[in-house]
Every structure is written in structure tokens, then in C-alpha cells.
Design a binder for this molecule. Sequence first.
Ligand SMILES: O=P(O)(O)O[C@H]1O[C@H](CO)[C@@H](O)[C@H]1O
Ligand SMILES: O=c1cc[nH]c(=O)[nH]1
Length: 235
Amino acid sequence: MSTHIGAKPGEIAERVLLPGDPLRAKWIAETFLDDAKCYSTVRGMFGYTGTYRGVRVSVQGTGMGMPSASIYTHELINEYGVQTLIRVGSCGALSTDLNLRDVIAANGSSTDSAMNRVRFDGLVDYAPVADFGLLRTAVDVAAARGVEMTVGPVLAADAFYTDRPDLYDRLADYGVLAVEMESAAIYTIAARYKARALTILTVSDHIRTGEKTSAEEREQTFSQMVEVALDTIVA
Ligand SMILES: O=P(O)(O)O[C@H]1O[C@H](CO)[C@@H](O)[C@H]1O
Ligand SMILES: O=c1cc[nH]c(=O)[nH]1
């Protein structure tokens, strides 16, 4: 096992879905995978491996925020040989063109986290981006499934609750679709270790209108996003 994942070598597939919520990981495994087996309960951050359309796929909770997601992404790639990672998360819409439960694919991820400033000695504003091949496949898969998926940039924020809603307005002016809390770190770490990563999100909250989904809905109802992610990861 690695420091934070209780799997033995070979128990995690090369292709992994990454929900923030560990109970969403359990729901995905039980609902969409065949022969799913739990390989880790360390810290309650569940991980499962099963098959989807005959291909081995794992699903690993990452927790909330970039420090937590960075740990799981790093260990999955470096200790378990994971090569393809698709985050399946919830997000708050900044764009007035989006509605609750819409699906988004994040082609790029701005961040207010200092993690990459530290990584590049404050000299470069690194631009974390999705793997183009995965993104292209996800777009094709969504179209084939009749899922309207908006592609665009998101903000990966350190804080869920903000004192600066004016910054969200400005980011929306620059085309940023939504805010979540992990994609920039996942994209950066995947790039560093030559893995492929994509983030697909469902709008759980609307920052403009104040509408929101329940905790249970965030855990167990974002099926369209999961189906697009699974079809993409096995393609
Ligand atoms: O639903 P998940 O995947 O956890 O994603 C979003 O939800 C959490 C905040 O509620 C943050 O982790 C954010 O990125
Ligand atoms: O508003 C939201 C909703 C989900 N995740 C976030 O980070 N923010």
C-alpha cells in the first residue's frame, strides 16, 4: 500500500475516475462497474476496481481541495502506475448560460492556489490544461449519448466560501464557466508524470442564482457525467 491508499500492487486499474466525494466513488462502483471490489478504505477515502464494458476501471475518492487531490493523484500515478485519470466532480456555475445539472468539460483550469507558484518559484503562471485526446473523445462520446456538454475553462479555488464574489464576476467576464476545487492540481501532476487527465463536472450550485442541489443528489445522481467519463476512459 502507499501512504494514503490501501491497495496491493495490481489492484488499481490503469484508468481511474476521481470523484471528490468518497461516497460518490462507492455509488459509481456499485451502479456502473461489474464485479466492483473495494481496495481501500484508508481515511474513509474509498477506492474500487471493477470492469466497465469489459475494461478494468477504478474509481478513487480524492477528498476536497488541491492538497488532498494532489496526494491521491501523485500516489495513483507514481505508486500504482495509473495513466489515465478523469475527475468527475461537482461545481458552481459562474456563467449565466449554464443551468443546474449541466455537464462541463474543463479544457483548462485557472487557480488561486499557491501550489504552482511554489512549484515554479513564482516566475511562471503555469496554465494547467486537459489532455487533448481525452477531451476530444469526451466531446465525441457526449455527442453520441445526446448529452449537451459545454467545454471551457474553470477556476480551481482553494476556498469553497469566498469573501470575493467580485472576482467570480470578473472571471465570468473572461469566459470562466464554473468554480471547483481540484482540477488545476490534477492537470499539473498528470503533466509532470506523463499521465493523461481530464475533468468533467456537473453544476451542483449556481453562483448567480443561488440554486443548489442536495448532498444526496451530489452523491448519487450525476449519472450523465459518469457515463460520459466511463465511455471516454475505456475508449
Ligand atoms: O463534488 P466534488 O467532486 O467533491 O467537487 C466539488 O465539491 C467540493 C465542494 O463542495 C469540492 O471538492 C469541489 O471541487
Ligand atoms: O459552488 C461550488 C460547488 C461545487 N464546488 C465548488 O467548489 N463550488
